[in-house]
Structures are given as structure tokens and as C-alpha cells.
Design a protein around this ligand. Structure first.
Ligand code: S3P
Length: 415
């Protein structure tokens, strides 16, 4: 569906944060595999999580939905063909989990997911003894479950999905798996697997997981800071803007956005901080003059999904903002270096792609334009933020936002 968004005259909102996508997918898949029955509250009901639920059901687990509460009963998995839709997390985690189980499985996905690299998981899994047949390093992938052994693995890319796939493969292996990360990535799998009874040992840049039996665990999913990023950046971009996003997950492996915005001079306040399996807080931001940012190195995995909307915000900051060391953006749902730069240029921004990032020369007024997000939810929402704070925008296939943020336009943009 095509959506036309007008320039906002002001911005003053209180928003309940969308539940976290990474944690929702993990809560569904891990409990589907665990022994027992768990209640998952505040589950994100977005397309990606619905894909994870469909896969869990196809594998034999029971998932009963009542609003945003799911009651999940684990079951021994049987062979199946599993359509992961657009969800890279569902696909990569399942490849790891299923490699060490009995049965034959086929993993498929939509056109975007079928173009994304999978050797980053199949190669280390093959070293553990997995029997996998990929399609030129991509989906579909056929898995013949087999007995795996542990490995000590130096991950060449900082990827929580790869780390999680190997941790899940370790559960059923004959010996432990150690993964060494080039930079810290989100540790939701470590937190949830430990809470479900797995033996997880963290070292300096490493995680070791021993073969373990998972027990079901009741979980309340916190809000997704990647979704909170849109109203936060919009409030900061609109003159006089203000917003509070309630119940945002603030796991330190995910809060690179907050660190960058504070370095830019943003007025950001945390309140009502609570801790369950994961910490969360209400976040309030107020518009004010910002300095440009430079993102690089170990910060990148801590805000990888927020880079497109940060670059939208950079259009409203005087000076040159730079992203480097973010080549991973090229293998997301789209090549997000190309699609972010194309979207911002369509709105009149001075944006330039580099090999591993982009440069935005901000501070000059945007113009009205049309953006094709290429079915990438984060590009559609980032374009909507740039247009709402700028001079308006028409977003093609705007409903792709539902991959992570159902009702994004109603809640965040307000048209
Ligand atoms: C995710 C990890 C990140 C992130 C993705 C979700 C996860 O991907 O970009 O949206 O849930 O583990 P990579 O592991 O490929 O960096």
C-alpha cells in the first residue's frame, strides 16, 4: 500500500514500546523446543514473529495465542519444511537448532531472505558434523539431523544470529561449543538459555555453552529499542519535539543508539528502570540542537538496525555525520547502505554511500519525494521519519513496516 505522509507541525507523544522482535522470536523457538509449558506475555505479533510461530507449529509444538499472550508447549520436533518468511533470525536459529536433531528439515524464506548469506552459519555447523545442503550459500537449505560435536569458533563477523545458531546446536551436541566474538553482539540468547536451565559460561569476548536440556520459562517480553528508535529520532528531528516511549528494553548490547544520541548532545532521560530476564525503562527525549555523529568499530553491532533511522535524523543535524565499519548493512533485508542513501537522496538529502557505511551532510532543508523501501521495514519507517520531520514523503509498499512494527504509521507518525 502507498502511504502519503505530511510534514508534522509538532511532535509530543507517549508511546507504549512495541515488544522486542529478537526476544519474541527466541521466546517462541526456545519454548517450542523446551520441556514443559510456558506463558509468554507481551509477545510481538509482527510478521517475523508470526513466521517463527508457524515454524514452531510445523515442528509439532503447540502455540496458543490469546491477544499478545502465547501459551507454548514444547514437543519433540519431527521433520518439516519451514517457511521463515522475511525473518533471518528464525532461519539462522532454526538451522542451528535442527542440525543436531533427528529428522529431515528444509528451511525456506521469501525473496529477500533467500538472497541473504547462510554460509556464515552452515560453515561452522558443518565443522561440528552437521549435514546441510544449501543453494549457493543461500536458502533453501536441507538439513539431515545428525549427532554433532562441539567446536571452538572465532566468528569472522559480529553476528548474534550466528552466535545463537551455534549455541543452539550445542544443546544437543556431545561436547561444549565456545564462540569468540570480534565485538559484543546482542546477548538475548545467552540470557534466555541460561534462564531456561542451560549451562552458559561467559568469558572475555567468549561464550561457552554445554550440552543441556531446556526447560520452559514464562517470559514477559520487554519493548524493542529498535522500534523505539523511530519516535525517538522523530522527536529529536522536529522543532520543539518531545516523546516518551514506555517499557523499552535497555540491554547494554542494544543501547548504542542512546550512546550516540547522548554524544550528539541529545536530552534523554531514563525512568522506571526495572529488571526481569532483561532490563527495561521508560525513555523520554526532547528536541534540541545536536552535533553530528561518527559511528564505527564495536559500536556498530550495538545499533546495527538503528543506522537507517539515525541517518534520517542526521539530515536534520548541521555538519557531516559518518557511518563506517558497517559493511554488514549490505546483507540485511536489503543492502541498507544503498537503500538508506537512495531513500534520503529521494528526499533531497546530501547522502553518499561508501564501501562500509555512508556520509550525510545534514542541515539543509529536505524536499517532498517518493521512496521505494524495496520491502524493507526499516527503510520504510526511516523514510517516514525523514518525511514527517522534513517536507513530507510518499512511501511505496509502506505496509512492509509490519515485519517488526504493526500499526507504525498510526502510533508513531499519526496519520
Ligand atoms: C538479530 C541480530 C542482528 C540484527 C537482526 C536481529 C537477532 O543480525 O540485525 O535484526 O535477533 O539476533 P546479525 O546477527 O546478522 O547481525
Amino acid at each position: 500500500m502507498v502511504r502519503s505522509i505530511s510534514k508534522l507541525k509538532g511532535y509530543d507523544r507517549v508511546i507504549n514500546c512495541m515488544p522486542d522482535k529478537s526476544i519474541s522470536v527466541r521466546a517462541v523457538l526456545f519454548n517450542a523446543f523446551a520441556v514443559g509449558r510456558a506463558t509468554v506475555k507481551n509477545l510481538l505479533l509482527s510478521d517475523d514473529v508470526l513466521s517463527a510461530i508457524a515454524c514452531a507449529r510445523a515442528l509439532g509444538a503447540s502455540v496458543e495465542l490469546d491477544g499478545d499472550t502465547a501459551v507454548i508447549s514444547g514437543a519433540p520436533f519431527g521433520g518439516a519444511t519451514l517457511d521463515c518468511g522475511n525473518s533471518g533470525t528464525t532461519a539462522r536459529l532454526l538451522i542451528g537448532l535442527l542440525s543436531g536433531l533427528n529428522g529431515k528439515y528444509t528451511i525456506t524464506g521469501d525473496a529477500s531472505l533467500s538472497s541473504r548469506p547462510m554460509r556464515r552459519v552452515t560453515e561452522p555447523l558443518a565443522r561440528m558434523g552437521a549435514k546441510l545442503a544449501d543453494t549457493d550459500g543461500r536458502l533453501p537449505i536441507a538439513i539431515t539431523g545428525s549427532r554433532l560435536h562441539g567446536i571452538d569458533y572465532d566468528m569472522p563477523v559480529a553476528s548474534a544470529q550466528v552466535k545463537s545458531a551455534l549455541m543452539l546446536a550445542a544443546l544437543n551436541a556431545s561436547s561444549p561449543v565456545t564462540v569468540r566474538e570480534p565485538a559484543p553482539t546482542r546477548d538475548h540468547s545467552e540470557n534466555m538459555l541460561a534462564a531456561m536451565g542451560a549451562t552458559v559460561k561467559r568469558g572475555d569476548g567468549t561464550v561457552t555453552i554445554e550440552p543441556s536440556v531446556l526447560r520452559s520459562k514464562d517470559i514477559t517480553v520487554p519493548g524493542d529499542i529498535s522500534s523505539a528508535a523511530y519516535p525517538i529520532c522523530l522527536a529529536l528531528a522536529v522543532s520543539g519535539g518531545k516523546c516518551t516511549v514506555k517499557n523499552v528494553g535497555i540491554n547494554p548490547t542494544r543501547t548504542g543508539l542512546i550512546d550516540v544520541l547522548r554524544d550528539c548532545g541529545a536530552d534523554i532521560e531514563f525512568s522506571n528502570v526495572t529488571t526481569d530476564v532483561e532490563p527495561s525503562a521508560d525513555i523520554t527525549v526532547r528536541h534540541g540542537k545536536l552535533r553530528p555523529f561518527a559511528i564505527d568499530g564495536a559500536l556498530v553491532p550495538r545499533l546495527i538496525d538503528e543506522i537507517p533511522v539515525l541517518c534520517a535524523l542526521a539530515c536534520f543535524i548541521d555538519g557531516v555525520s559518518v557511518v563506517r565499519g558497517a559493511g554488514e548493512l549490505r546483507v540485511k533485508e536489503t543492502d541498507r547502505i544503498a537503500t538508506t542513501v537512495a531513500a534520503l537522496k529521494a528526499l533531497g538529502a546530501d547522502a553518499e554511500a561508501t564501501d562500509d557505511g555512508m556520509t550525510i551532510r545534514g542541515g539543509k532543508p529536505l524536499k517532498f519525494g517518493e521512496v521505494d523501501p524495496k520491502l524493507d521495514h526499516r527503510i520504510a519507517m526511516s523514510a517516514a521519519v525523514a518525511g514527517a520531520a522534513g517536507a513530507g514523503v510518499t512511501v511505496l509498499d509502506a505496509d512492509c513496516a509490519s515485519v517488526s512494527y504493526p500499526n507504525f504509521y498510526g502510533e508513531v507518525i499519526g496519520d
